[in-house]
Design a protein around this ligand. Structure first.
Ligand code: OSB
Ligand code: MG
Length: 377
């Protein structure tokens, strides 16, 4: 439970907005494109000698959702950070109320709201997990494997099963689906297996989608368009495999409509896609009321975003393994000092101090920062 703090409102004294570019160890391909490097805004909020951190998760191009690095940076620079700096907030809900009226831009909203949560937890000397209402000391994780040819994918599956990951998610797209599933199921008949289509099918692909029912998948993630709950409901009505919604769920209102119309039976919670932890918890609580399992998705976050995801995943209804796998799968070197590594499919909750429990590696960060802007009242 979030308690009202017995302290005066927290005043944001200054803020910093960086754009960071981290090389990826290997390209990551999904149905809509290939990512070669991770580019992200990094927000730093200052108050009372503490710093709160968060990453934005927009991509360079609108290939996942409409928001982009450019539109995110614009909103952060022109609207959200100027609105926050010099202002006082009683709690994260007050920040969320201030940014809510602006249309869309969930990823930019999430960056300032999450940074405030981190700061607010630190000022109270609490781990983020505790102020969010989570309990687990570690969280179960799986991996998301990008699109590669079938033989290389089989090798990737084997490596990660060996490492103990609790679920393997295969990225699929039209033409790279049933033969892949046949091959993986032949070698790995019993693993928890899922697919993520990132919106690349339509109802015209019904025969392929229905054939996926034959592979014992835990769920099929976001097969149809990013803004089409209606068609997902039509598909779910004729499939036995649960549909898991990702792109379609950008607010708790979206989630309510999805559950009420039976458009899916599992929800991927991404705090960046939902505009922050307040809305992510609303989705969590709604799904709990509906007895619908949730899990924490990822956007190839570096250490700050990854730490936020891990803390959020400690909430009760995160009953399926998340995508928050080891940072070393993606980056040779991360921007945080602490190693975020799984062991036997479990990711420990970072706890080096209060808040998100990780510290920035400022020297390394300086070498991967492409711009820095400062905000004062
Ligand atoms: O759909 O979950 C997705 C990465 C980029 C964009 C969209 C998605 C993903 C992933 C990666 O699946 C998950 C991770 O961070 O490891
Ligand atoms: Mg997805």
């Amino acid at each position: 439970m979030t308690v009202s703090p017995i302290r005066p409102p927290l005043r944001i004294e200054k803020a910093e907005l960086r754009l960071v570019e981290l090389p990826l160890i290997q390209p990551f391909t999904i149905a809509n494109g290939t990512m070669y490097k991770k580019v992200f805004p990094l927000v730093v909020l200052h108050a009372e000698g503490h710093e709160g951190y968060a990453e934005g998760v927009a991509d360079v191009l609108p290939d996942y959702l409409p928001e982009t690095i450019v539109s995110s940076m614009l909103m952060l620079r022109e609207v959200f950070l100027p609105q926050m700096v010099g202002q006082s907030f009683e709690n994260p809900q007050a920040v969320e109320r201030m940014i809510r009226p602006w249309r869309d831009h969930q990823m930019a909203k999430a960056a300032v709201e999450m940074a405030f949560w981190d700061l607010w937890a630190k000022v109270q000397g609490q781990p983020l997990r505790s102020v969010l209402g989570g309990t687990k000391p570690e969280v179960e994780v799986g991996v998301s494997l990008g699109i590669k040819d079938i033989s290389r994918t089989l090798n990737d599956v084997g490596v990660h099963v060996q490492q103990g990951y609790r679920r393997i998610k295969l990225k699929v797209m039209p033409g790279h689906d049933l033969r892949l599933l046949e091959a993986v199921r032949k070698d790995f008949p019993d693993i928890h297996l899922t697919v993520d289509a990132n919106c690349s099918y339509t109802l015209a692909d019904m025969s392929v989608l229905r054939a996926m029912d034959g592979f014992g998948l835990d769920y099929i993630e976001q097969p149809l368009a990013w803004n089409d709950l209606h068609d997902h409901a039509r598909l779910q009505a004729v499939m036995t495999t649960p549909i898991c919604l990702d792109e379609c769920i950008r607010s708790v209102a979206d989630c309510r409509k999805a559950l009420a119309s039976h458009a899916g039976r599992v929800i991927n919670i991404k705090v960046g896609r939902l505009g922050g932890h307040v809305e992510a918890r609303r989705v969590h609580d709604l799904c709990q009321a509906w007895d619908v399992p949730v899990w924490c998705g990822g956007m190839l976050e570096a250490g700050i975003g990854r730490a936020h995801n891990i803390h959020l995943s400690t909430l009760e209804q995160f009953t399926k393994p998340g995508d928050t796998s080891s940072s070393s799968r993606y980056f040779h070197r991360d921007i945080v000092v602490e190693k975020l590594e799984t062991e036997n499919g479990l990711m420990p909750v970072p706890a080096n101090g209060a808040g998100i429990g990780v510290t920035l590696d400022w020297d390394f960060l300086a070498t991967v920062t492409t711009s820095t802007e400062k905000f004062v009242p």
